[in-house]
Write a new protein. Structure first.
Length: 121
């Protein structure tokens, strides 16, 4: 499963880079957005991550602001959110040390060439 292996590799890389404080931990807490959790991505990558590292991951699915607040209180080891400005502020306040962009969204509007909704250029 390529997606699972890639995702586990990304998460393993974050742990190895020190993004997760305790490498000897048996369990870490990931505060992530509900959209990431609902996408099914975590279900694919976390089992492989645990298999490769022996570290289980407890996921707290929250809104971005809540996930960052959870981590700022020390109740999460890692955050996976999608608000670059809030993430920069989180790090500037000393709550995080290393921001990595691992994904992005592309929004593409599709429809008939005649453009009946008049949304084209």
């Amino acid at each position: 499963m390529v997606k699972g292996t890639l995702g586990a590799t990304i998460l393993s890389g974050l742990v190895a880079m020190g993004a997760v404080p305790a490498l000897s931990a048996e369990r870490i807490t990931l505060a992530s957005t509900t959209s990431v959790d609902n996408s099914g991505l975590l279900g694919h990558i976390l089992l492989e991550f645990t298999r490769q590292t022996g570290i289980s991951v407890h996921v707290l699915a929250q809104g971005t602001g809540q996930a960052l607040a959870t981590a700022a209180r020390g109740d999460a080891d890692l955050v996976l959110v999608h608000d670059p400005e809030a993430e920069a502020e989180f790090i500037a306040q000393g709550h995080g040390t290393d921001r990595r962009q691992i994904a992005w969204n592309d929004f593409v509007v599709v429809g008939p060439r005649a453009d009946p909704a008049h949304r084209g250029p």
